[in-house]
Design a protein around this ligand. Structure first.
Ligand code: NAD
Ligand code: 89Y
Length: 343
């Protein structure tokens, strides 16, 4: 198999996971890195033995010599960097949140489409082992046709120590975490027609909302609730588990805390352990997310080599991103938002 060469831009907190995963992915390796912060460039360059180091993305693209770029910076820089990749005809992976606004996100998809380069958003949560197991059970017809769902992420975990910028933005949980939960809802129950949301800030030390309750009307007639909180103190901390409840015409699925998958139908109830693997470089409780980083990056390489569309392509992610925008809009106006009109 020819090995693809990649460049990674943004050597911060989460990029460490991406770099570890690239070491394990078959068919690709990172040969150049870029960060405008010289300290981060040195830490990641030394840890992963990368000699080609750039402080400026324009200089990285000008030198070239790589087959794809993995953008692991925060959202403010995504549009400029994705457009740089498109101008250089380089296929591109971009971290979530894809952009600052839906119109930026649309422009980024268009730029890559016009350049004819692949664009995948690093929307990894749907690649988690437990989420894949739920999808598999549904596809096998275990509960017939689902008509209702709940996708729940409630935690009191301190995400601010590793990612201090999360405490500083006007927007927090929907844009940062709920975006994944909404994407899972779309992945499991399909695209969404309209959104109604309510938000709250409980933690006085942060700027944005840390609690959101979102009602989704799916195009197939199913209804789901996405509820997310970083203000929920529980006896057993579930971070970073997404819990799922699905009711279908022939039974129910429950993805419970501790990675148990319970399926109930006419045959009775089965409970399966769908825990993620603890990869050699991973650490609890992040291992669920870390395993999904490896899975999505392997998917990137496999689909790129086949010339096939990625599960979380830029075009697919516009539909998740629009739901995030719609949720904020709904909470601000106290109204239900028609999503079709936004896309
Ligand atoms: P971070 O601030 O720790 O790291 C970002 C790095 O990018 C910094 O080192 C910064 O110097 C560098 N950078 C920013 N703009 C640049 C530019 N124009 N050129 C070169 N370097 C630049 O942020 P983080 O916590 O690692 O988050 C990065 C992204 O990953 C965010 O969008 C975040 O939402 C996302 N994230 C995703 C997951 C997931 O599971 N998918 C988990 C955590 C974070
Ligand atoms: O940034 C977030 C993400 O994408 O997954 C969890 C997280 O690190 C904190 O909410």
């Amino acid at each position: 198999m020819t090995e693809l060469k990649g460049a990674l831009i943004g050597c911060g907190f989460f990029a460490i996971n991406q770099m570890h995963a690239w070491n394990d992915v078959e068919g690709a390796r990172i040969t150049a890195i870029c960060d405008r912060d010289p300290e981060r460039l040195k830490v990641v360059g030394d840890q992963f033995g990368i000699d080609r180091r750039y402080s400026d993305a324009e200089a990285l693209f000008a030198d070239g010599g790589f087959d794809f770029v993995d953008i692991a910076t925060t959202a403010e820089s995504h549009r400029a960097l994705v457009e740089m990749a498109a101008r250089s005809n380089i296929p591109v992976i971009c971290q979530k949140p894809f952009a600052k606004t839906l119109s930026d996100a649309k422009a980024m998809v268009m730029a890559c489409r016009h350049a004819g380069v692949a664009l995948m958003v690093h929307e990894n949560f749907r690649w988690q082992t437990p989420i894949q197991a739920v999808r598999k059970a549904l596809d096998a017809g275990a509960i017939g046709i689902p008509f209702w769902g709940r996708f729940s992420f409630r935690s009191g975990y301190d995400v601010f120590s590793g990612q201090p910028y999360l405490a500083q933005g006007e927007r927090f949980i929907i844009e940062d975490l709920g975006i994944h939960t909404i994407d899972i809802a779309r992945y499991i129950l399909g695209d969404v027609r309209s959104v109604t949301a309510r938000t709250k800030r409980v933690n006085p030390k942060i700027k944005g909302e840390d609690v959101a309750t979102i009602l989704l009307d799916h195009e197939n007639g199913a209804t789901s609730v996405v509820d997310v909180s970083y203000a929920t103190k529980l006896s057993r901390e579930p971070f970073p588990e997404t819990l799922i409840e699905l009711d279908g015409s022939e039974g129910t699925i429950r993805l419970t805390q501790g990675y148990g998958l319970q399926v109930t139908n006419a045959q009775g109830t089965t409970t399966t352990d769908v825990s993620p693997k603890l990869l050699p470089w991973a650490s609890r409780p992040w291992h669920n997310i870390q395993e999904s980083v490896h899975a999505i990056q392997q998917h990137w390489v496999d689909q790129l080599k086949r010339g096939a569309e990625h599960s979380t392509s830029g075009a697919d992610n516009l539909k998740t991103f629009a739901l995030v925008e719609a949720a904020y809009d709904s909470a601000a106006k106290g109204q239900t938002i028609d999503v079709g009109a936004m896309l």
